[in-house]
Design a protein around this ligand. Structure first.
Ligand code: PGA
Length: 264
């Protein structure tokens, strides 16, 4: 698997303005001072690091990351229209203009707390691509769905709904993040074998949807759910896994940099 590896830090609603600023500065500093791990080498080392702060902190983190290559900015959500009478919503175009390259869509916490549906996620994916953002599409089954034995069906349904009718051109990329909902924040990841099984199902559906070359070059499949410095390598070493989405373990500079280091 020769694809670039991806590490995404999802800070969720955990950090305010000052904390976001401090954490991004600390991460940069640590990455720069690690032996054999200079920022300018990230390109060569085939690793993309993406930080996803809250909306109100994006511009500050964007300013900090700006001159540094190899670390990118992502938002945690966007709306499906680019402007208009949508009180409280955020345009994907503004995110792009702010320096975002990525946007997380359909995270299970939004599906649960804000009742985001597969169709809403689908519209957001379309809008993000149109704004030239790379969508990070989160899918995953709940514990109840797993117990009922419908996990594979749920994943395929989320995936198909998100992407139906969306063509990818040569330049457009998407990231699919498989995150078993019951594992998020639990401190206990699933086994690499289980992640591999799900990622193979996801890969198969992508091959059904898109030309093989497009899948190979433009679509990445990553794992999320209680990823830590201790287990990250066991996931990233898998044939079908191109990276990880990290929540809790991305909130401390030392732990997060260890995760990046483990992959390189
Ligand atoms: P976690 O969160 O790493 O804290 O489990 C992952 C996520 O929700 O993206």
């Amino acid at each position: 698997n020769m694809k670039r590896k991806i590490i995404i830090a999802n800070w969720k609603m955990n950090l305010g303005f000052k904390e976001s600023k401090t954490l991004s500065e600390k991460i940069l500093k640590k990455l720069k001072t690690r032996p054999n791990f200079f920022l300018r080498n990230l390109k060569i080392k085939k690793l993309d690091i993406i930080l996803c702060p809250s909306f109100t902190n994006l511009s500050e983190v964007s300013r900090i990351l700006k001159s540094k290559s190899g670390i990118f900015l992502g938002a945690q959500d966007c709306f499906w229209e680019d402007h208009g009478e949508f009180t409280g919503e955020i345009s994907p175009v503004w995110l792009k203009n702010l320096g975002c390259r990525y946007v997380i869509l359909g995270h299970s916490e939004r599906r649960k707390n804000l009742k985001e549906t597969n169709n809403m996620v689908h519209q957001k994916v379309k809008a993000a691509l149109k704004a030239e953002l790379i969508p990070i599409i989160c899918i995953g089954e709940t514990l109840e769905e797993r117990r009922r034995g419908i996990k594979d069906y749920v994943i395929l349904d989320q995936l198909s709904s998100a992407l139906t009718g969306i063509d990818l051109d040569l330049k457009q990329k998407i990231i699919i993040a498989y995150e078993p909902v019951w594992v998020i924040g639990s401190g206990r990841a699933i086994t690499p074998n289980e992640a591999e099984y799900m990622n193979k199902i996801i890969l198969q559906r992508m091959i059904d949807f898109y030309p093989l070359e497009r899948v190979k070059k433009n679509i990445s499949i990553i794992y999320g759910g209680s990823v830590s410095a201790d287990n990250v390598k066991s996931f990233v070493d898998l044939e079908t896994t191109d990276g990880v989405l990290v929540g809790g373990s991305s909130l401390k500079a030392a732990e997060f940099v260890k995760i990046c280091q483990a992959i390189i």
